[in-house]
Design a protein around this ligand. Structure first.
Ligand code: NAP
Length: 273
């Protein structure tokens, strides 16, 4: 039984890859609930049956919600159907000579002249614990009359609601946290989109390249903002492991550095300006 279960587990998970991994975690949670439920029937234990059913059902519902957020069907996720990936250029081809690095002082000038700024947080904000600095930056910008909003992708970070939890923890009002549907139409009227440690959730390949592993996944259309400033440490790919043409776009400036440190440098530069 142990050998068969191990082989079954490996075979189930092996075809699933890249950005589908969060769905797998939810599905495995659901399976653990079903296993507990089955154990409850064997042991004639009502608590196990009820608790197992709850875990199984909630894991399944979460998987469905995540699949919808990534525009993928559960069957496609489970069978690892992604479509051919030949269309994606290599990172060198996409970035060669096109990436523009910027400095906190230059970004400050942009922020000073901006009427509307949208902050797009991602895994890097959580990894660098930048949420407190992000709140201070928001307060500073609002004090100088700039409209600030947050665009939150449903799978930004490493767990559902990751960004909402971190931003709520530092006291960002709930009304400022806008979802995908609400944020996307407003990017065209946005002066600066400040992407802090996000990558896959703002990757235009999802929209432009039908052969990309993230093709069809709804993304935040930050590239439609007048200027995009991306804070991250390097040009490394995100969770899905693919390059991001946003970093080489004409209207994008890269502020390389640790998320928290970069935002704190922006705050100092804004205070001095
Ligand atoms: P992402 O695509 O994984 O990219 C995160 C970026 O953060 C990286 O490119 C990294 O670039 C940067 N970073 C890491 N540490 C940093 C630091 N200290 N300071 C600044 N930047 C830092 O993240 P995302 O855009 O949030 O997308 C989430 C991805 O995770 C999606 O593919 C999603 O499917 C997957 N996922 C989501 C969940 C969920 O439920 N939310 C769960 C599991 C997986 P550098 O290394 O260059 O800094």
């Amino acid at each position: 039984m142990v050998a068969v279960a191990s082989i079954l587990g490996i075979m189930l998970v092996l075809p699933i890859g890249g950005a589908d991994m969060p769905v797998v975690i939810a599905i495995l949670n659901s399976y653990s609930g079903l296993a507990a439920c089955a154990t409850g029937f064997v042991l004639n234990n009502n608590i196990l049956i009820i608790a197992g059913s709850l875990v199984g059902a909630s894991g399944f519902i979460l998987s469905r919600i995540m699949c919808r957020a990534m525009n993928r069907s559960l069957t496609h996720v489970l069978l690892g159907i992604l479509g051919p990936a030949e269309g994606i250029g290599s990172a060198e081809e996409i970035y060669a000579g096109r990436v523009k690095a910027t400095s906190p002082e230059e970004v400050t000038m942009l922020l000073d002249g901006a009427r509307r700024v949208v902050i797009v947080p991602g895994y890097g904000m959580a990894a660098s614990q930048a949420q407190y600095a992000v709140r201070d930056l928001t307060n500073l910008l609002e004090a100088q009359g700039t409209e600030v909003e947050f665009a939150i992708h449903p799978v930004a970070g490493r767990m559902p609601g990751h960004m909402n939890v971190l931003l709520a923890e530092v006291g960002i009002p709930y009304e400022k946290l806008k979802g995908l549907e609400e944020s996307n139409p407003a990017f065209e009227q946005t002066d600066v989109a400040l992407v802090i440690g996000a990558n896959d959730v703002v990757n235009p390949l999802a929209r432009l390249d039908t052969s990309s592993p993230i093709a069809g996944m709804p993304i935040l259309d930050v590239d439609k903002a007048r200027t995009v400033v991306v804070i991250k440490r390097s040009l490394s790919p995100g969770f899905a492991g693919i390059p991001n043409p946003l970093f080489a776009a004409d209207n994008t400036l890269m502020l390389f550095g640790d998320g928290k440190k970069a935002v704190m440098e922006l705050i100092s530069a804004l205070k001095e300006s």
